[in-house]
Ligand binder design. Structure first.
Ligand SMILES: [Ca+2]
Ligand SMILES: [Ca+2]
Ligand SMILES: [Ca+2]
Ligand SMILES: [Ca+2]
Length: 233
């Protein structure tokens, strides 16, 4: 009779520290081999240092897309999709196509993933969440002298190039308070063409709005829509 080994109280046939259940259902590694890809590093060690236990070459989970579906392995683990199956819910659309299109890769009903923006005034960072998974984070500049309001808001309106009463352009404007006074926007541009505040990103600098860097602002603008939740804390 074979000796049974348990990890965290669960069966661990190959004694690599990863329970059979997780090897089969989550990581899609071999539950009977401690080193699935045969590179000399155990599945447990690779997973705990962020490397793919499925590929012998040293590739990080955040860079490996084992099933070539457009979604890297680390995000497959977060979205709970299959690392070795391009189309986890079998609806004809690849996991990557679904996630980056804003659809739930686990429901073949056309259900959308919920979008959310969190802004930490303390760390001067904006976090973009999709379906509860943090996808991107960017440095921001909030208001000087604690002038940015805290609380739960939502995108009220969007404009690719709004004009500020302070006499400058605010590209990729998204209002977050119902009165339209506060918003998220790209680093402002003066009519002379001067771009303000690039070297202040990561520290408060504005009159109360949340400024985002040039590439990040366009990306966030295109990802969000009127009604998207915004939490400032
Ligand atoms: Ca195991
Ligand atoms: Ca290995
Ligand atoms: Ca993938
Ligand atoms: Ca699918």
């Amino acid at each position: 009779m074979p000796e049974l080994v348990f990890a965290n109280g669960l069966l661990d046939s190959d004694m690599d520290g990863v329970p059979d259940r997780d090897e089969i259902e989550v990581y899609e590694t071999n539950p009977n081999s401690g080193d699935t890809d045969g590179d000399g590093y155990s599945d447990w060690l690779e997973l705990n240092t962020g490397y793919s236990p499925l590929e012998a070459r040293p590739v990080k989970l955040a860079e490996s897309d084992f099933d070539q579906d457009g979604l890297v392995d680390s995000l497959e683990l977060k979205f709970k999709t299959k690392i070795k199956n391009k189309d986890s819910d079998g609806d004809g659309y690849d996991d990557g196509q679904e996630v980056y299109g804003g659809f739930d890769p686990l429901q073949n009903s056309g259900a959308k993933l919920q979008k959310r923006i969190d802004i930490s005034l303390y760390s001067q960072k904006l976090f973009y969440f999709l379906g509860g998974v943090m996808m991107y984070d960017y440095p921001v500049s909030s208001g000087l002298f604690d002038t940015t309001p805290r609380g739960k808001f939502s995108i009220q309106n969007k404009h690719p190039k709004a004009w500020s009463s302070y006499g400058l352009w605010m590209p990729y404007w998204m209002a977050i308070t119902p009165d339209g006074r506060y918003g998220i926007h790209e680093l402002p541009i003066w009519p002379s063409g001067y771009r303000e505040g690039e070297d202040h990103l990561g520290a408060p600098a504005s009159h109360g709005c949340v400024r985002v860097g040039t590439e990040a602002a366009e990306k966030i603008y295109n990802l969000t829509e009127v009604g998207t939740e915004v939490n400032i804390y």
